[in-house]
Ligand binder design. Structure first.
Ligand code: PLP
Length: 439
């Protein structure tokens, strides 16, 4: 018999699942494509294949679709359509802002928070080769940009500043509005420093209002489609028109000369609809995810996990935790074999085997940081899946010697959870094959 919520249609004699759909708990890496988005995209992958620059009906149809998508993205974040520059995604938009701005400014200081995604950190570091200086802004133990160090960085008069709206690993939300206002007040003229924020993880999870941020002093903002139910390969830089950037890709002059290359019309159409959908019922979705996460964190805390950034204002869907002396990759592998897709650290930096730079910046000991596991929930996840996950996690930890070491109970307290599947929770897993893969 299978646990409700786990979808394993076939179980082999040795209790190894031979065909199953793992439960997806990795929405910060990427979110599933919304079926409505796919439907909106399909005509532009089939019969409406025109090049948006062509001067015939096929081209005009593609252009109209792009114009609509531009309006949808702009409306979703409170920007003007002319402020939307479509890119291939968040990485390109971040690189475009940092490299594009630096190319046209006198050499100076680029100040970035110590927890930025590698696609902000790396282009900033590459500027060192062209005689720029990188100033990393410290964060506190709960992944919040440290106000004192931000003020100290401003005193060095940076020409470029980038602070993300929400961190992809911990989910910590930064008070970008306050930092931008402080930068504007301290650095006097807007042109004295361009302030950028990476809103890739924040968008669709917390309200994001570019106009309000822009008035306070944010000049550019990055978005990505695939984190909000849109397709991979589409994103945008929302750009204050006063900011001059040198294009990364020169050519036919697409996107007002800022980003040449024939537009990926289908992906842009998908991005537009995903952006529109991402802001509908945001608060309701957020509340539902908070309940799921609270159950998850009650469970992992009862097992003795250290939950990172627990005191910060966090994205409701994100939980990042570790068990001392338990290797995160090993645990993720066991959970994967048991049918749960979670991340060890940040998926986008899986090429880097070291502990997470975010956790190190928070002052987490490298040994504990190596154990970090990120669970990022989405709206199709259920309380039952969280309960099953906790049971499987407890068994996995037991297999790794954690329960014996820590003297914790093998099954977590699940206070606050309604519904039952005691078969799964109270050891039935061992009979139905759920734990058979955890040896
Ligand atoms: N910024 C943040 C905070 C991210 O989490 C990611 C991807 O994980 C990116 C930027 C890169 O976006 P994309 O995958 O669209 O290149």
């Amino acid at each position: 018999m299978l646990c409700r919520g786990a979808t394993w249609p076939l179980v082999h004699r040795n209790l190894r699942p031979i065909m199953f759909s793992p439960i997806y708990f990795d929405h910060n890496a990427t979110a599933p494509l919304d079926p409505r988005v796919l439907e909106a995209m399909l005509p532009y992958l089939t019969r409406q294949y025109g090049n948006a620059s062509s001067r015939h009906e096929y081209g005009r149809a593609a252009r109209r679709a792009m114009d609509e998508a531009r309006q949808q993205v702009a409306a979703a974040v409170g920007a003007h359509p002319t402020e939307v520059v479509f890119t291939s995604g968040g990485s390109e938009a971040n690189n475009f802002f940092i490299k594009g701005a630096a190319a046209l400014l006198p050499k100076g200081i680029v100040a970035v928070s110590a927890i930025e995604h590698p696609c902000v950190r790396e282009p900033a570091r590459q500027l060192i080769r062209s005689a720029w200086r990188v100033r990393e802004i410290a964060v506190d133990a709960d992944c919040r940009v440290a106000s004192a160090d931000f003020s100290a960085a401003l005193a060095e008069r940076p020409a470029l500043i980038s602070i993300m709206l929400a961190n992809n690993e911990t989910g910590a939300v930064q008070d970008v509005a306050r930092f931008a206002a402080q930068a504007k007040a301290t650095l006097a003229k807007p042109a004295d420093a361009w302030f950028h924020t990476d809103a890739v993880q924040a968008f669709g999870r917390v309200p994001v209002d570019f106009r309000a941020l822009n008035i306070l002093g944010v000049h550019a903002m990055t978005l990505s489609a695939h984190k909000i139910g849109g397709p991979k390969g589409a994103g945008a830089l929302i750009l204050d028109k006063r900011v001059e950037l040198q294009p990364l890709i020169a050519g036919g002059g697409h996107e007002r000369g800022l980003r040449s290359g024939t537009e990926n019309v289908a992906a842009i159409v998908g991005f537009g609809l995903a952006a529109e959908l991402a802001v509908i019922d945001l608060q309701t979705r957020r509340a539902a995810l908070e309940v799921l996460r609270a159950g998850l964190e009650a469970g992992v805390s009862a097992m003795g996990a250290h939950v990172f950034a627990a005191k910060a204002d966090r994205l409701a869907n994100t939980s990042y935790f570790a068990f001392a002396d338990i290797d995160g990759e090993t645990l993720v592998g066991r959970l994967d074999r048991a049918g749960f897709a979670v991340a060890a650290g940040a998926a986008c930096s899986s090429a880097n085997p070291g502990p997470s730079h975010v956790l190190l910046a928070m002052g987490v000991a490298p040994e504990l940081a190596r154990g970090a596991i990120r669970v990022s929930l989405g709206m199709q996840n259920t309380q039952q899946q969280v309960r099953d996950f906790l049971a499987v996690l407890a068994t996995a930890l037991d297999g790794l010697g954690w329960m014996r070491q820590s003297g914790k109970q093998p099954l977590p307290g699940l206070a606050g959870f309604s519904g039952t599947n005691q078969h799964c929770l109270q050891g039935g897993l061992q009979r139905d094959g759920c734990v058979a893969t955890l040896n």
